[in-house]
Write a protein that binds this ligand. Sequence first.
Ligand code: 5AD
Ligand code: SF4
Length: 458
Amino acid sequence: MSMPVGVRPKSLHLYIRTFGCQMNEYDSLRVRRLLAPLGYETVADIEEADLIFLNTCSVREKAEQKVLSFIGALRRLKERKPHLKIVAAGCVAQQLGGKLLNRFDHLDAVVGTRGVGLIAQVLEKIQKTNGRSVCLPEENPPVPDEDGREMFDSGDLTAPVTVMQGCNNFCTYCIVPYVRGPERSRPAVDILHEIECLEASGVREVLLLGQNVNSYGRGLSEDTTFAGLIRRIAGETGITRIRFTTSHPKDLTDDLMGCFAEVNKLCKHLHLPVQSGSNSVLARMNRRYTASDYIAKVERLRSICPDIALTSDIIVGFPGETEEDFRMTMDLLEKVRFDNLFSFRYSDRPGTKAAGFAEKVDPEIGLQRLIELQAYQAEVTLRKNLAEVGLVREVLIEGSSRASNGQMSGRTTHNRIVNFDASPVLCGKIQQVKITGAYSHSLKGDIVGRVDVYMPGK
Ligand code: 5AD
Ligand code: SF4
C-alpha cells in the first residue's frame, strides 16, 4: 500500500534481543531492514516495545537455558501491555517449533531459521487474526532474501554480511547442521552488491559470515573460492576493512592464507577453532584433522603472515576426554599461544551423535578443566596485550568506549579493542594510535596521526 507523499507511517517500537553467534546478529539486522518500511524503529528500552523479536541460540545448553528464562520473564510485561507482540526466532525456535508456543502462552509466534525473511507476513498474520503462528519453512530460501537493503541505513560502521549458510560437517557435538540446514553459498554478485550498499550507508568494515567460509563457492554455478571472493571484495568495492568468520582447519587453503599477506584490506586476524589437542577426541568429534595437522597449518600461516592474530574455540569435557587428553589440549595451547580463546564445557545437544556417546565426563571435572584452561589463557592473552605497548596501530574508530568515561573506542587489525581520547567526529575514521597500556580485554592509547584510505585493489 503506498502512502500519500509527506505522510509517514506511525512509528512502532521494535526491541530486538539477539543471543548467540554472528549469524543471529545478521538475521536480527535483516529483521530491522525488513520491518523498517512497515514503520518499525528499533528501541533500546524493552518497556517501550510494541514488538519484541528474540533471536535465540541453542549451540550449548547454557545458551538455551538463558533464552528460555528470558522468554519466561516476558510474561509480566505482556500482562501489563496486552497489545505487545512477542516473536521468538533462531535456533531454539527452529528446534522446538510449536512446543515453544505450548510452553509459553504469552508468545505470539515462532519463526524458524529459514523463516526470517517472512517476518513481515508472520506479523501481519498474528496482528490481523490476533492469533498465534508457527513459521517453520522446510525449503532452504535463497541466501538470504534481502528485500529493502538499499533503503536501510542502520547507522553502523561495521556490519555482518552472510556469504554462506548452513553446514555439512556434522561435528558430533554440534547442533548447527540440524538447525541451520545444509551448506548453501550466496552468489558473489549479491555479496558485492550488498557490500556496496552498506558502504554507501557509511559502513567501513564488513564481517563475512559463514559456518565454514572455506567451503564458500561449492554448489555455485560460477567458479569462485572464498579467497577469490575476498580479492573481489577488496578490488571491486570501496569497503575499508574485511574480516571473516568461521574457518574449519581442515579446509584452510594456502590461497586463503596468502590473502592475509596480499590483501591490505583483510584484517590480520583468523579465528580457527581447534576444539581439542587430543587426536582421539578430535576423531570422536569428527573434526577430520589431527593436532599436528592443526599446528602445521598455524606454522605455515605464520610463515606467510608473521604477525597474524589467532583465536580459537575449545571444548573441554567432551565424552571420553581423559586427563591425558586434556593435557594434550593444554600442550597445544602452549605451542600455539593463541591471542584469545573461547572455551566451553561440553554439553549434550539433542539429536547430535555425541549426545549418544557413553562415558560422559563428570561435570565437576569438566569445570575444573575449564577453570585451569581459562586461567592459563588469561595469562597468555594479557602478555600478548602487554607486548603491544609502545607500538603504533591502525584503529578504526567505532564509537564511545564501553567504560563510558568519555573516551572513544575502536579495534586494531588484530581485533584488539583500544580506548583513547578522541572527538566523536572521528567515528568511522582510521587513526594511528600509539598503545600506552594493556589490560586483559583491551588496550589504551593516544592518537598520533591519521591514515589515508587504502589504495583500491589492494
Ligand atoms: N558443547 C559445548 N560447546 C559447543 N560448541 C558447539 N557445540 C557445543 C556443545 N555441544 C562450541 C564449539 C564451537 C562454538 C561455537 O561453540 O567450540 O566452535
Ligand atoms: Fe558445527 Fe562443526 Fe559445522 Fe562448525 S563445522 S557449525 S562446529 S558442525
